[in-house]
Design a protein around this ligand. Structure first.
Ligand code: 2U9
Length: 344
């Protein structure tokens, strides 16, 4: 029995020595020390031994089992160490290697143009006002002198959510809401940038969703020349100090008189080119003196208060600035288009 045990021990230790991973080691443990293992078999056979032999063999069997167990422990420690060393070697970072450059994103071209325009008006003492994109019919139309059956409503095909609510077609409702909050007390001097929605078929110059930046000043004795002064400052800071502006008569239901503002072409200086369609002038925005109805509906006494307002499309300004020929690029999220603005 003893030499059987001896042989088992030698055989087990041999296998332990030859094993190369922890799983193999576990299998050896089960094979030799497991319930169905040969050591157990021997111990089960103890019954057949004499009274003197039993304790000797028993002790020896335990010795062998412990010997095998120690062999297993030593080997697994050795294998674990080797595993750690291997991983350390594999994972050692050569700190002298240059780091992987973090992919630096950039502002969307529209965002940078909107922020540039915002900073311009902030520098002129305006504050930024924002409001809901899902607007009521009242604030989007009626408060802007577009009563329920006014034909001009159809000029702006709208996404109505319900009878009462629609996706705003311009950011003017923000100004109407802001004026009401002032309870007839001036001054009001705000710009309201934001997304607007019109049920338009997308093409190179129209998108069903686009941005607007509108502005409003309401106070006592505000004149058209104040509007001209602010627009001129805006044009020169945005498109170059040597820009000239011109105001052409126009019409908006919420302003009277209404104008369109053009700037002298920044490409040809006014001589005429493809950018300005050979007119020398480029249309940038619409504006006008706030219509007295709009002032009254917003709680301002139109005999005491006057105001001016303007509205522009940042996409149009970005397309002029970067020579972009299709408004849809702004919304297609095509990295080939967007990455061009990485360092602007
Ligand atoms: C209130 C009173 C007056 C805002 C104005 C315009 C002229 C204008 C266009 C610019 C580009 C629309 O998206 S666009 O085509 N807007 O030309 N907007 S005056 O007038 C207001 C607004 C609010 C209470």
């Amino acid at each position: 029995m003893k030499d059987r045990l001896e042989a088992l021990k030698a055989e087990a230790l041999e296998k332990i020595h030859a094993s190369s991973d922890l799983k193999e080691l576990q299998a050896i443990k089960v094979e030799y020390l497991g319930k169905k293992g040969p050591i157990t078999e021997v111990l089960k056979g103890m019954g057949k031994l004499s009274a003197e032999e039993r304790p000797v063999v028993g002790a020896y069997a335990n010795e062998v089992r412990d010997g095998i167990q120690q062999g297993l422990d030593a080997k697994s420690a050795e294998l674990e160490e080797a595993e750690i060393a291997k991983r350390l070697a594999e994972e050692t970072i050569d700190v002298s290697l240059p780091g992987r450059p973090a992919k630096k994103g950039s502002s969307h071209p529209l965002t940078s143009v909107v922020e540039e325009i915002e900073d311009l008006f902030l520098s002129m003492g305006f504050t930024i006002a924002e409001g809901p994109e899902v607007e009521t019919d009242y604030y989007n139309f009626e408060a802007l002198n577009l009563p329920k059956d006014h034909p001009a409503r159809d000029m702006q095909d709208s996404f109505f959510v319900t009878e009462e609510f629609l996706l705003r077609t311009q950011t003017s409702p923000v100004q109407a809401r802001t004026m009401l909050k002032h309870e007839g007390q001036g001054p009001v001097k705000i710009i309201s940038p934001g997304k607007v929605y019109r049920r338009d078929n997308d093409d190179a110059t129209h998108s069903h969703q686009f941005m607007q930046i509108e502005g409003l000043v309401v106070d006592k004795n505000v004149r058209l020349s104040d509007l001209k002064g602010v627009l001129e400052t805006f044009a020169k800071k945005m498109f170059g100090e040597d820009r000239k502006i011109r105001l052409r008569p126009s019409f908006f239901p919420f302003t009277e008189p209404s104008v369109e503002m053009d700037i002298s072409c920044f490409k040809c200086g006014g001589k005429g080119c493809s950018i300005c369609k050979h007119t020398g002038w480029i249309e940038i925005l619409g504006a006008g003196m706030v219509h007295p109805n709009v002032l009254e509906m917003a709680g301002f006494d139109s005999k005491e208060y006057t105001g001016f307002a303007f509205g522009m499309g940042p996409e149009r300004i970005a397309m002029l600035k970067y020579g972009i020929d299709d408004i849809r690029h702004f919304y297609a999220n095509d990295i080939r288009f967007l990455k061009q603005f990485r360092n602007v």
